[in-house]
Design a binder for this molecule. Sequence first.
Ligand code: GDD
Ligand code: MN
Length: 368
Amino acid sequence: MDLLAIAITLLTIHVGTALGYYGWARGKAVPYDSAVVQPTYYPFVSVVVPTYMEADRVVTKLNDIAAQRYPGRLEVIVVDDNSPDGTAELAERWRAGDDVKGVSVKVIRRPRREGKSVAENEGAKAAGGDVIVFSDADSLWEPGSLEAAVRALSDPTIGLVTCLKRPMGQTSWRGAESAYRGLNNLLRLAESSSHSTTIAHGEMIAIKKELLGRLGPLRPGADDSDLAHRTAMSGMRAIAIPNAVCLEAVPRGWDAVLWRLRRGQHLVAHFARAMFDAPRAPRGYRGPLAVEAYLHILNPWLAAAGALTLIALALRGSVASIGLLVALGLAVGLYPGARAWAWNQLMLIASQLRNLVTRETVWRKLRK
Ligand code: GDD
Ligand code: MN
């Protein structure tokens, strides 16, 4: 085979797997709807919010949790790592206020910073609820999300529930239907109806306390997806549901690049570990786990190798290569989806390379 054929093959495999998975997801992404769900399941819920330097967000976050108007008993546990910006004091003042709307708040002050998952584990230990919901301080929930997530847990086969995501400040979605927008949400829904989602979001991780006790503590890195993975491996399901939607604060400018890089690093490291469980994974989860691991780890390199080969051939005057590069350039230039995809491939490659240097399990607070 000549080099041009090799480049075309690599790019075809790269695009083909992604499109194939997308096609599978389109047919599979039916919203979770089970007869086992009890409409009036209102267990005691503990929301655990780890905070580091969240002074400008923590009050909004507490108000947002209260605004969910969860019908059952609800406590919020803020676990702060001695943030110098007064996050803990603000949370305590919120608790003292008379506007607390039936929500009880505990504030745990840890002496020093040890990373998000350590704080979450301490919060979980202090939690009295039958359901624990981990949630980042810089995230908000669409109305009704908490109740919907908790209700899905009344199904005995479901151990963990996470949300779909949309960036904060984007024009609002109308109804669950539009929650299908966005490739990532589509994939999460499809994987969830197949068995379990391969990626879960720290903006909302609702888990039965008894299951968490069996699975053991959260681990640093992609603690959220790792917990969903261990749930699925235990035989219970970990699902994303369309009526739980999280809004997340997104950093701007250069910070957004560093942010994606770190999250990419955590995710890539997670899949590099988790993929070895695929042979033992429950049916329905095995396939998505293997494909997502491939998409995060190997597939980006196929695109890079294909594109670099084309560039090398173009420099040597290959007209076909120049034509292909122009076509690819046009696709990336004209279609925002293709641009986002290409950018993501670059970030995944950079993430893998940076993982060789640092794992960044404790990270700098980025301004959002
Ligand atoms: N107590 C404590 N100690 N909380 C922390 C620490 C820490 O050292 N570091 C971060 N947090 C808190 C933040 O205050 C926030 O509430 C939450 O953990 C998430 O941290 P962010 O700084 O907002 O990180 P992110 O949005 O980029 O994190 C995303 O990716 C992570 C994996 O890379 C989220 O999805 C996280 O849930 C996920 O773990
Ligand atoms: Mn965040």
